[in-house]
Ligand binder design. Sequence first.
Ligand code: SF4
Length: 205
Amino acid sequence: MEVDKVGKYIYPDIELDRYEGQVIEELKTNSRQPISDPDKWLEEEVEQNILLTTVDALINWSRRSSLWPAICFPACCAFELIAANGPRFDLARFGMEILRASPRQADLLITAGTLTWKMAPSVKRIYNQMAEPKWVIAMGACGISGGIFASSSYAVVPGYNRIVPVDVYIPGCPPRPESLIYGIQMLQKKIARKRNFVPGREDDQ
Ligand code: SF4
């Protein structure tokens, strides 16, 4: 190989041709497969915009996320329910901050207090007027069994389940707001399992 006056290499033509041929052959060898498009926008678009679910799951999600309790608080457990609705425990986080004065706009009955037989027809009427589907939470010892009054008073109903079907029982005298929130979450799980279109198959499946 020659060197010119300023010290640069002078390549003969034949050497240049051979080198160029080698480069081409290497590129041909490494280019047997098509190069895939690195842009993943289509896959990402599909992943972000297609949601697969069942009709049951969608209906149950909407129902359990927007429970509206009826106002029906016969005794002292009511104060814990009121506390649960306040800013500290913030029941609104679970989509159920709206207490309805009209049972026709409510789908949840939280039995926060002692029930006497004198009041029982009114509570049953409230339940009957509520929108379907509807649920009942028995809150506190009185709501579950009549509590401390059950054995000593002829006037107390020994549990709301004597007059309405109860879905969730929350023990305590009174139960704290955390217990009530936990019971509500249990009810939401129960609603999530409901089969809406299979006759005779509901809940606990
Ligand atoms: S369970 Fe206790 S706090 Fe609740 S209504 Fe009965 S006596 Fe009152």
